[in-house]
Ligand binder design. Structure first.
Ligand code: NCD
Length: 311
């Protein structure tokens, strides 16, 4: 297990040392950023070749794409964007897989890939970073979330993390479960019956059927968006029913611990998974997660592309 010069598809690809290294580097990048210093003062690419990153996003994205793009700029990696699949050869009938393997022939230094499934064959000729694969995994988001918990709570170990919402279709929750367990957190979830995950990964995870109990239990609440694009709302309940039973609003905010933190990978649909008050509550670190995305993704890129570390 190592991601140096290799693809990073799952949390399973990281060894323990690499998780620590990513967090250490992210801290250094965060500090440099606050001092308005260049990330290149902490590390350098160990090659004369120009580095470029192909950002291949076949599903919508805001935070993930822009944070990777800025991270590339900060590290001197040229980002090449492939976003509008409808103006590419895909519109002429070429499959997504075929287009991707064709673009790999142009030998980008790394491919940052958002993709509908998880079935792509990874030949490792060019490292691929998973920037969200269907309902499979989203490992850089999990790193951001764990890093944000560690910043707020000192450590992830023994913290009670409640994942709330559409766990069944969430790639974020799969990566989070793997990473948080490895870091020693206690993870539980609360979702409508139709959105309970079926993957064996979740079989020994506590499932709360009562929202109020779960809120009182949690040190960290991670809300998830209803992934309507993956199930077309054929989940046995309407958005209004979802809101009535699983929404984080005024009443729920009064139940959670005073030092509990609220996370959401975004995009957050205000009025569905949480109210404006919950989004802006002093315990909400949702905006910190977005900012931390820049530092974590810079750290991941520097590790995969084997940058020499000076700091
Ligand atoms: C998530 C994603 O795309 O998986 N967002 C993100 O990357 N920040 C979550 C979602 O779309 O609900």
């Amino acid at each position: 297990m190592s991601i140096v010069n290799k693809s990073f598809v799952s949390i399973d690809d990281l060894n323990k040392k690499e998780i620590e290294t990513i967090f250490q580097r992210a801290k250094v990048f965060k500090k440099l950023n606050s001092q308005k210093k260049s990330f290149k003062s902490a590390c350098f690419a160990n090659t004369d070749q120009e580095l470029n990153a192909l950002l291949f996003f076949a599903e919508p994205s805001t935070r993930t794409r822009i944070s990777f793009e800025i991270a590339c700029n900060k590290l001197g990696i040229h980002p090449v964007l492939f976003l509008d699949i409808h103006s590419s050869s895909i519109a002429k009938g070429e499959s997504l897989d075929e287009t991707l393997s064709t673009l790999k022939c142009l030998q980008p230094s790394v491919v940052i890939l958002r993709y509908k499934g998880s079935q792509f064959k990874f030949d490792d000729s060019v490292p691929v970073i998973n920037a969200g694969f269907g309902s499979y995994e989203h490992p850089t988001q999990a790193l951001i979330d764990a890093f944000t918990i560690e910043e707020a709570k000192g450590s992830v170990k023994c913290k009670k993390v409640l994942i709330l919402g559409d766990v069944l279709h969430s790639r974020v929750s799969n990566s989070n479960l793997k990473l948080l367990k490895r870091l020693g957190a206690e993870v539980a979830f609360c979702s409508p019956t139709s959105l309970i995950p079926k993957d064996p990964l979740w079989s020994d995870v506590t499932c709360f059927s009562n929202l109020n109990y779960s809120l009182e239990w949690a040190d960290v609440i991670m809300c998830l968006r209803i992934q309507e694009e993956r199930h077309g709302m054929s989940i046995g309940l309407s958005l209004a029913e979802y809101r009535d039973n699983y929404h984080l609003g005024w009443d729920q905010l009064r139940r959670i611990k005073s030092d509990c933190i609220i996370l959401h990978p975004g995009p957050c649909i205000i009025g569905v998974e949480m109210s404006r008050e919950a989004f802006t509550d002093k315990r909400s670190l949702i905006k910190n997660q977005v900012t931390n995305g820049l530092f974590i993704r810079s750290a991941v890129l520097s590790l995969i592309l084997d940058f020499k570390w000076l700091a």
